[in-house]
Design a protein around this ligand. Structure first.
Ligand code: UDP
Ligand code: MG
Length: 317
């Protein structure tokens, strides 16, 4: 019997693109011989007609399964839900907006079938069509995170990735609440082949990621995969203590030699605010780690599925 491939698509307000992507996938998979597919559409609490469209598509094509969240849980939760419910020997995750071209799938499948790899990942080599500020911040983020974390995170890597069952099981075994997929994929290892393509524009609709959402996501990425910020705050503490010790020695010596009266209140005020600022900054860093730990220990489910056509769905995870 042929192998089964599961295609996971997170969708948040994608009423304009969902039909296009499903049709494109259907067409692509017709060209792949000897392989069955299932299409897992995860509705991440859309406020538009995405769910209705999914239900209509599922009526026409029995390979389509939909899972609808009770609210917006975020793309990471949607991908996780898809991976939890996928049954395929191979699993691929892709965006709903055609920015991850389905036409690449046959090539990716062939690589896994014929070459000794466990995963085929994609990266875009250009960011044309994206706001300049966003590209600049993205570049800074990748430089920074690669410097301070153990997991190697590739610049321009997309969440468009084909994996073997073994790798999917490993990804699922990291059941952490704060998920940063790019880091998780890198962390589990396995032999990965990278293929590159030019950036493609979204077919319709608009991006769901505001600047602030991306900034928060990038902080998540750093906090999840690096302890360096914590180390920086303790190093800063050591340096400040050393500097203040030097200053004390300096003041005592000056007093003994020159007998200076007390002076320099403005500089004192500056020093106090400076040190206060650094303390708050370091507490903020600790707070970030603490809040992540808090969410982890609560062990809340990653998502809540309120409506699905898959009887065996793992509803709460
Ligand atoms: N997405 C999601 N939940 C969210 C935000 C986005 O499931 O809260 C999905 C969205 O439907 C799309 C994918 O994540 O399939 C990528 O989103 P988008 O194209 O808006 O991001 P961009 O390509 O601009 O980074
Ligand atoms: Mg997109």
């Amino acid at each position: 019997m042929g192998k089964l491939i599961s295609i996971v698509i997170p969708c948040y307000n994608e009423e304009k693109t969902i039909n296009i992507i499903c049709e494109a996938i259907q067409k692509t998979m017709e060209q792949v011989d000897d392989m069955e597919y299932e299409l897992l559409l995860v509705n991440d609490g859309s406020s538009d007609d995405t769910l209705e469209k999914m239900q209509k598509l599922a009526e026409k094509n029995t390979r389509i399964k939909y899972y609808s969240f009770s609210r917006n849980f975020g793309k990471e939760a949607a991908i996780y839900a898809g991976l939890c419910n996928a049954k395929g020997d191979y699993v691929v995750t892709m965006d709903a907006d055609m920015q991850d071209p389905p036409e690449l799938l046959p090539k990716m499948l062939e690589i896994l079938e014929t070459e000794p790899y466990d995963s085929v990942a994609t990266r875009r080599v250009s960011r044309t069509g994206e706001p300049l500020v966003r590209s600049a911040f993205a570049r800074i983020f990748y430089k920074l995170i690669n410097r301070i974390s153990d997991a190697e995170i590739v610049d321009g890597a997309r969440d468009y990735r084909l994996m073997t069952r073994a790798m999917v099981q490993s990804v699922l075994s990291l059941s952490e609440y704060n998920r940063f997929s790019k880091g998780i994929f890198a962390w589990v290892g396995y032999r990965t082949k990278w293929i590159e393509y030019e950036n493609v524009k979204r077919v319709d609709g608009e991006t769901k990621w505001s600047f602030w959402k991306l900034l928060k996501y990038s902080i998540d990425g750093i906090v999840n995969f690096s302890n360096v910020p914590l180390m920086i705050s303790s190093y800063l503490g050591i340096v400040m203590t050393f500097v203040s010790f030097l200053a004390i020695v300096f003041i005592i010596v000056r007093k003994m030699i020159f007998g200076d009266p007390v002076s320099g209140w403005p500089s004192l005020a500056c020093i106090i605010t400076f040190v206060g600022g650094i303390q708050l900054f370091c507490m903020g860093i600790m707070g970030q780690y603490l809040s992540k730990t808090y969410m982890e220990v609560k062990k809340r489910p990653h998502y809540v599925i309120c409506c699905t056509n898959d009887d065996e769905a793992q509803k709460n995870k």
